[in-house]
Write a protein that binds this ligand. Structure first.
Ligand code: PGA
Length: 251
């Protein structure tokens, strides 16, 4: 494993996607084990699969319990029914929650069935705040450097809100749907400021299609054009990358 710091971000480079999952799960387990009632921000997507597989493995070895863990998912399509197979609630149930001992009442998503997204997003922000904020947030990164569904152009002070997905994001996510037309146009997502409030951030990425996003994030000044670049201003941010995603920033 190679480790270095780039623009205030701790970077860990490993050989393969499974190792990205292993290292991210290790960092997550550390937070769970060292907090009495940890609050975690959760990501979805292809990157999350090896992370959650590894977390389930560690849980089944009784390294820790999810009984006192509270989760807030980063985003959800809008509008969407939680039972829809493509919904992020469905993803989280399938990939993590149904395999471990997390109490259902501890699991939170923005309300993607609401007719008043503004109100629902305000409620979500309040809930995170009342819970004392997130101890750790897990992130993936889009090939356009989005985090959550904060697409290029998103300001640093953004909070949870309804957003329109970039065409490139819809195309990237079409693999989870029968056809591109079925990918929703909108989502509810935590904002950049919501993410930056988490006490620790771990962003994971693998594969050559992330190389440009990682390069821009770790070499350019923070700007709304590269949403992940705002993470340079976070006091405790780690990137876990495989060699392919890190190719242009390796020392
Ligand atoms: P992916 O998505 O893990 O499916 O590549 C990451 C993201 O878009 O944030």
């Amino acid at each position: 494993m190679q480790e270095f710091v780039r623009r205030n971000i701790k970077v860990m480079v490993v050989d393969a996607p499974e190792e990205v999952g292993r290292q991210t799960a290790r960092l997550t387990a550390e937070v769970i084990k060292t907090h009495d009632s940890p609050t975690l921000g959760m990501c979805t997507g292809g990157t999350a699969v090896p992370i959650y597989r590894e977390l389930i493995g560690r849980w089944s070895e009784r390294q820790f319990s999810f009984q006192s863990v509270t989760t807030f998912n980063l985003d959800e399509y809008y509008p969407v029914h939680p039972k829809e197979p493509f919904s992020y609630q469905h993803f989280m149930r399938d990939e993590l929650f149904r395999h471990v001992d997390i109490p259902t009442a501890h699991v939170h998503f923005p309300n993607a069935l609401t007719h008043d997204p503004e109100e629902a997003c305000g409620i979500y922000e309040d809930l995170i705040r009342k819970r004392g904020g997130m101890d750790l947030i897990l992130l993936g990164i889009g090939s356009n450097a989005h985090i959550g569904f904060n697409e290029p152009g998103t300001p640093r002070d953004s909070r949870t809100r309804r957003v329109t997905l970039d065409e490139s994001t819809r195309q990237a996510n079409a693999r989870f749907f029968a056809a591109l037309e079925e990918v929703p146009q909108h989502a509810l997502t935590m904002g950049i400021a919501t993410i930056m409030d988490a006490r620790k951030v771990v962003l994971s990425a693998y594969g050559a299609n992330k190389v440009e996003a990682i390069e821009n994030t770790l070499t350019k000044d923070p700007s709304a054009e590269v949403p992940a670049s705002f993470l340079q201003e976070h006091p405790d941010c780690t990137f876990v990358l495989d060699r392919e995603a890190a190719a242009s920033v390796l020392e």
